[in-house]
Design a protein around this ligand. Structure first.
Ligand SMILES: Cc1cc2nc3c(=O)[nH]c(=O)nc-3n(C[C@H](O)[C@H](O)[C@H](O)COP(=O)(O)OP(=O)(O)OC[C@H]3O[C@@H](n4cnc5c(N)ncnc54)[C@H](O)[C@@H]3O)c2cc1C
Length: 397
């Protein structure tokens, strides 16, 4: 038994933190969750969980809860080649889930409390102190307070300050794309099908994600070269006009829409920590590695992080060993995902002449045989991602 008052304290109470809090509290761990928001609001975040992410949610015992509280079940995916049945064609044999992100966050954080975790909201963590076998966080509520725990979990999202406080070195790979999103009603599309359409010559990608209660998340990826920055509700007209350039079906889907949330744009920049564990502080979710949002992998990777970390913490009594194991595993699946997204970005988004030349060779072969496109986005990072997979995608044989 460790002398700290908590086994784990999480900085943040989003998807990663609350999923870990639920999983560990259910096993009897003493967990404290510190979340700065009193009520979650629409920050324009991920709302489409792929089949491999749903499989992770199942392994964590969260899938049923998500379905009961906030999720819509997705059976098909339309990427411009007809609607693909994703249950039949993925190794997990699972549907996708979609949900309004703030409702998912509220549902999971409430469950963390029911599972026995202590949840404190409206609390801003202002520092983290790594230690040999444990760490501490400093919070500012009404007064400053120092809380020690056997393990501090940095789950504070894409702008993670824990990375810096705990002395990790961040790596960045800027990408020449922006990714915008807005919440809509009145979209004319099927409720059980997600749509992702690319127009690489224009450097545009559209995502149309049906949620519950007649709401839709509309995303638009666009090249940084085209001079747009789609931020703020006054840019809704430009957002819709750019989206409609991708395919005539998008114009039909958006003919009568209304916006019911903020319009926000994010950089496609990837940023990550190599080996996200040191001295009693572990990073999970976007804090460990922020993937390019265009490819919709962030929540699935976050749930994989939680599952791998949970299993390691339950298996090893020495949590230092457990966290090093987690960090090694994380690096493998995060970078497989990054690598494959890099290939897909060139083929389906990049308007440069070099990418156009590659497409000229690759696309006719892909049209004949769709299995040339590696399926990591839906099927997960355990699929092969070696040079042969890359060469086949780019039509080199
Ligand atoms: C535009 C966009 C579209 C996306 N689309 C998809 C998609 O379709 N599918 C997908 O899988 N992923 C998608 N993602 C990624 C996905 O949203 C993230 O991977 C996921 O939300 C990460 O969860 P998290 O728990 O790590 O971080 P977050 O969800 O960001 O949670 C972090 C929490 O920490 C709290 N916090 C931060 N700092 C402090 C502090 N100092 N003290 C206390 N609390 C703090 C925050 O309030 C927040 O609640 C998208 C991202 C963006 C930006």
């Amino acid at each position: 038994m460790n002398s700290s008052p908590f086994d784990l304290v999480t900085v943040g109470g989003g998807l990663g933190a609350s999923a870990l809090a639920i999983s560990m509290a259910r096993q009897g761990a003493r967990v404290l969750v510190l979340e700065k928001e009193l009520q979650f609001r629409d920050r324009v975040r991920g709302e489409a969980l792929t089949p491999w992410g749903v499989a992770e949610a199942k392994k964590l015992g969260l899938a049923e809860l998500l379905m009961k509280t906030c999720a819509n079940q997705i059976l098909g995916m339309d990427m411009g080649f007809g609607v693909r049945n994703i249950i039949e064609t993925t190794p997990q044999k699972e549907p996708g889930f979609t949900y309004f992100h703030p409702e998912m966050q509220e549902a999971l954080l409430a469950e963390a409390g029911r599972a026995g975790a202590q949840v404190r909201r409206g609390v801003v963590v202002v520092a983290v102190e790594p230690g040999a076998n444990n760490g501490a966080v400093i919070t500012r509520d009404t007064k400053e307070e120092r809380i020690r725990a056997r393990l501090v979990v940095g789950a504070d999202g894409r702008g993670s300050a824990v990375r810096k406080w705990a002395g990790f070195t961040s790596h960045k790979s800027p990408q020449p794309f922006h990714f915008a999103g807005v919440l809509l009603t009145g979209v004319k599309e099927r409720q059980d099908v997600m749509t992702y359409l690319f127009n690489a010559d224009l450097g545009l990608v559209v995502g149309i994600v049906p949620l519950t209660k007649g709401r839709w998340r509309a995303y638009l990826g666009y090249s940084t070269e085209n001079g747009l920055f789609l931020q703020g509700s006054e840019k809704l007209g430009a957002f819709l006009a750019e989206s409609e350039k991708v395919a005539p079906s998008v114009a039909e889907a958006y003919a009568d829409v209304e916006s019911i949330g903020p319009l926000a744009t994010f950089e496609g920049t990837e940023s990550w920590i190599d080996h996200p564990y040191r001295d009693g502080v572990v990073l999970i979710g976007d804090a460990a590695g922020t993937s390019d949002p265009t490819f919709g992998q962030g929540m699935s990777i976050t749930l994989r992080d939680v599952r791998v970390l949970r299993d390691a913490l339950l298996e090893h009594s020495a949590w230092d060993t457990a966290c090093h194991h987690f960090a090694r595993e994380h690096d493998t699946y995060f970078h497989v995902t990054r690598k494959v997204c890099g290939w897909l970005r060139i083929l389906f988004e990049d308007p440069s002449p070099e990418a156009q030349a590659l497409r000229h060779r690759a696309m006719p072969r892909i049209a004949e045989d769709l299995s040339r496109v590696p399926d990591h986005l839906l099927s997960g990072p355990d699929m092969p991602a070696d040079d042969a997979v890359r060469d086949r995608l780019f039509g080199e044989y």
